[in-house]
Design a protein around this ligand. Structure first.
Ligand SMILES: Nc1ncnc2c1ncn2[C@@H]1O[C@H](COP(=O)(O)OP(=O)(O)O)[C@@H](O)[C@H]1O
Ligand SMILES: O=P(O)(O)OC[C@H](O)CO
Length: 522
């Protein structure tokens, strides 16, 4: 696999004029077509069902992931009005940690995808913690022992599907995060690879060597025979038969083959986990630059440069991106419920029809509101890491109605963000401005609340599609459409700045009430 990611490398020259980029997310698969100036020309999006088979379990049907991804690509290409022959390269960004195990011979998954939000392995993590392994694991991986990450999910599949462990040890099964699973099928069962950012979320990659760590694999009981090859983010991963994006043909799984497909000539030039994709897509390429993405969950990443920063405040140390074998690290705060709280207001409480309605509903509800919502629907992420905590609403009165709930829901996302930024500062980072993106940033009330509650200036990206822009840029880098990361900042514009209108005392008072409520659910 080549790792030619910047000018001066021997990367392939691009033949076409457009970049196709996939964003395989938690609730939908999206695709974008960009021109060589990184301007969006076409968009496709396909939602797919979420499965909640038991308390704390969250699953996806891998065929849904695969089919909706291809359909979104076809839609984006049609929307752009370009012929598939004009595509130069394909980039992929994806929901991270979500775990798929498939049979190499047939390409068929042996279990549904276990989604990053899934908490079923909380006891396994607790057992490892009871054996005093957390510090050792953190030192090697930058991560903590939480069911969020892939390793315990893989072990769960191997222990719950009959014969799976034996077959994995015999090299008959493949594990992949969603990038790797898509790459396998896009390459027609020829390539089993991943990138270093996705690998950094499994608990199996050593953050310092950026290779699979045999001792970690042994600790989590994951056979190394099932792991993909780890590559740079911009790399010649595989060749795809571009007619896949054109044909109305059936979309099926691909079994392993070594037979070369002569029609496969569209390179996959980039893979990157979606939050790292957003770090690139927001041009956070200098140490200290920070982005926070508000989609289903919220993920804040600050670029920490060439060395990993090990957090003393329960943040994650992770890979930002890896180009030409060189790593750029990041410190990450991950929270599980952001836009998903708004979905809950819509789908379970039925108090809104659309997510956007929360903006007008929350209007006029000031920070002194008595209601505090703790959104621990799937446990608490950073910096608390309490998988068994559950959600609660405190301070309700006879006056509490839709408006107060909408405001408390949006404020809870800003308050969780404040926790993350405080932890980053405590870990030695200097924060001034937060670059934000994701579906929730359409909501101007939420944007102002975020500035007011954190006390930082919030700069909103010019488009919600930021992770995928990062993947498109890296794919373009691989085929020499772009020369180096320094081409990136002028291509990434903002659309609105929100400055704090509160004083320190007001911010602290609200935060104290939040912390007191958090203590009650822990
Ligand atoms: N105007 C809005 N106000 C509040 N939340 C919103 C708004 N628009 C979208 N959302 C929320 O943003 C999320 C979708 O954002 P997106 O970035 O597409 O997420 P993902 O990539 O995780 O699928 C949904 O959870 C939705 O509830
Ligand atoms: O699909 P998203 O955008 O909610 O992202 C999910 C994250 O990658 C989980 O770590």
């Amino acid at each position: 696999m080549s790792t030619n990611a910047s000018a001066g490398g021997s990367a392939a020259q691009h033949q076409g004029q457009y970049i196709l980029a996939i964003d395989q997310g938690t609730t939908s698969s999206r695709a974008m077509v960009y021109n060589t100036k990184l301007e969006a020309k076409g968009r496709g999006q396909q939602e797919f069902p979420q499965h909640f088979p038991a308390n704390g379990h969250v699953e996806h049907e891998p065929m849904d992931i695969w089919q909706t991804t291809i359909l979104a690509c076809r839609q984006a290409i049609k929307d752009a009005g370009v012929d598939v022959s004009k595509l130069a390269v394909l980039g992929i960004t994806n929901q991270r940690e979500t775990t798929i195990v498939w049979d190499k011979a047939t390409g068929q998954p042996i279990h549904r995808a276990i989604v990053w939000q899934d908490r079923r392995t909380a006891d396994h993590c607790q057992e490892l913690r009871d054996n005093d392994l957390e510090d050792w694991v953190q030192e090697r991986t930058g991560l903590l022992l939480d069911p969020y990450f892939s390793a315990t999910k893989i072990a769960w599949v191997l222990d719950h599907v009959e014969g799976a462990r034996q077959r994995a040890e015999a090299g008959e099964l493949a594990f992949g995060t969603v990038d790797s699973f898509l790459l396998w099928h896009l390459s027609g069962g020829q390539v089993h690879a991943t990138d270093a950012t996705n690998a950094s979320r499994t608990l199996l990659m050593n953050l310092h060597t950026r290779q699979w760590d045999p001792e970690l694999c042994a600790t989590f009981c994951v056979p190394t025979a099932m792991l993909p090859e780890i590559c740079d983010n911009a790399s010649s991963f595989a060749m795809v038969d571009r007619t896949l994006f054109q044909a109305e043909t059936e979309i099926t799984f691909a079994g392993q083959t070594s037979e070369k497909n002569e029609s496969a000539d569209l390179p996959v030039g980039a893979l990157i986990g979606d939050q790292q994709g957003a770090l690139v897509g927001q041009a956070c390429i200098e140490p200290g630059q920070i982005k926070s993405t508000y989609g289903t969950g919220c993920f804040a990443l600050v670029n920490t440069g060439e060395q990993p920063v090990m957090s003393d405040h329960r943040l994650l140390s992770t890979l930002g991106y890896q180009l030409n074998g060189e790593a750029t690290y990041a410190l990450e705060g991950s929270i599980f419920m952001a836009g998903a709280i708004v979905q809950w207001l819509r789908d379970k409480l039925g108090i809104i029809d659309t997510a956007a309605e929360t903006e007008s509903l929350a209007e006029g509800i000031g920070a002194e509101q008595s209601e505090i919502l703790i959104p621990a629907f799937t446990g608490l992420g950073a910096p608390y890491w309490q998988p068994n905590a559950r959600a609660a609403i405190f301070g309700m009165t006879r006056d509490t109605g839709k408006k107060q709930l909408a405001a408390a829901a949006l404020r809870s996302v800003a308050l969780q963000s404040r926790d993350l930024f405080k932890a980053m500062v405590a870990d030695g980072q200097t924060i001034d401005t937060i670059k934000v993106d994701g579906g929730m940033t359409d909501n101007a009330w939420f944007m102002q609340a975020l500035a007011d509650i954190t006390g930082y200036t919030v700069v909103r990206a010019d488009t919600a599609e930021i992770s995928v822009r990062g993947a498109a840029f890296l794919a373009g880098l691989e085929v020499n459409i772009f020369r180096s990361l320094t081409d990136l900042p002028p291509l990434c514009k903002s659309a609105g700045t929100f400055s704090p209108k509160t004083n320190k005392q007001e911010r602290q008072a609200l935060h104290q009430r939040w912390l007191a409520a958090i203590e009650k659910v822990r």
